[in-house]
Design a protein around this ligand. Structure first.
Ligand code: TXA
Ligand code: MG
Length: 311
């Protein structure tokens, strides 16, 4: 199949929506990373997502909605959901909630769990596409499973060209890290994946700390240790390059590419995956400078640890 490159104008968005309607797969931009979208009610479309990514079937998908008000059709809503959705939707936050009866989603979306992950993205083109389609769109990050997430349409095409119907090209993603995932079942809201919305902001909205996932239990399978990995070897907390390494810097320092010369964590997050893609293309080992652990630095360090994990 030849992958169409669509422009984010009304004709491109209408075309993308009709492809989704026909059960085809369309990659679209969000503020976090590019997603690989398919109709979440259509089992064949969702199976196609797993196939295109080469993703293990136990790893469930996030369902994207145009409006927060649509969430109640799929899940048992709660006060905590109301607080977090009210504060942060649309935005880089995913909520995992108990499924309600007759939700109509393909069981492949949830990989058989009795919860589902929902997100309302804050990106004009994503919103227009979701509104034009009118239904729930299952969308993992649009990269082959286990590889670096895509923050441009070029990254998407490099990994999935020929395997998906289309990509809606609207330039680079502003946040550059996947959404923060919060589990809202019984008990305390739990941080399942750090991401583009800092933990501190969520705790301030809730008025109490988040619980950490209980050790060892993989509740968000994207949390498997080797993930987001470039093909090259990655070494962390490096102050200089050694043995043919390329150095990915942070703050003012000599290096091959710099995440943010002014030491700004938002800028570093937006550059992270693109810089890893660029360095990875040079087939040399990668060394990465230390990144502060607060705010978005938590998610940046999380992704870097996974990129560096033995595999
Ligand atoms: O920013 C994002 O979240 C991007 C954009 C496209 O929205 N999407 C994304 O999707 O990162 P993906 O599939 O690459 O990561 C989804 C994560 C996985 O770690 C998955 O295991 C977890 O969400 N997840 C999905 N449903 C879940 C559930 N019911 N319970 C726990 N974790 C779940
Ligand atoms: Mg992913």
């Amino acid at each position: 199949m030849e992958t169409l490159e669509l422009t984010p104008d009304p004709a491109g968005i209408a075309r993308a929506a009709s492809l989704l309607d026909a059960g085809d797969l369309v990659s679209f931009p969000t503020e976090t990373v590019y997603g690989l979208g398919g109709d979440a009610r259509n089992g064949a479309a969702v199976a196609g997502i797993y196939e295109a990514k080469g993703r293990p079937s136990f790893n469930p998908l996030i369902v994207h909605l145009a409006q927060a008000s649509m969430a109640r059709a799929y899940v048992q809503w709660s006060d905590a959901a109301d607080i977090l959705a009210g504060a942060f939707w649309p935005g880089p936050l995913t909520l995992v909630l108990p499924l309600r009866e007759n939700h109509g989603l393909s069981s492949l979306v949830t990989a058989g769990l009795d919860t589902v992950a929902l997100r309302v993205p804050a990106h004009a083109t994503a919103h227009r596409l979701l509104a034009a389609f009118g239904g729930p769109v299952a969308a993992p990050s649009a990269n082959p499973s286990g590889r670096i997430s895509p923050t441009t349409a070029e990254h998407v095409l490099a990994g999935l060209s020929g395997k998906i119907a289309a990509v809606l090209n609207d330039g680079p993603c502003a946040v550059g890290l996947e959404s923060t995932i919060i589990g809202l079942g019984d008990g305390q809201p739990t941080l399942l994946r750090s991401g583009g919305l800092p933990q501190e902001a969520i705790e301030a909205a809730l008025g109490h700390p988040l619980a950490q996932p209980s050790g060892g239990d993989v509740t968000a399978p994207g949390q498997l240790s080797s993930h987001y990995a470039p093909a090259a070897k990655v070494r962390l907390n490096a102050t200089q390059a050694e043995n043919g390494e390329l150095l990915l810097g942070f703050g003012k320092m000599p290096c091959d590419l710099n995440l943010s010369t002014i030491g700004d964590l938002s800028e570093a997050a937006a550059n992270l995956f693109d810089h890893l893609h660029q360095l990875d293309a040079k087939s040399r080992p990668i060394a990465v400078a230390p990144i502060p652990a607060h705010g978005l630095g938590q998610a940046i360090n999380d992704r870097l640890r996974r990129a560096a994990a033995p595999r």
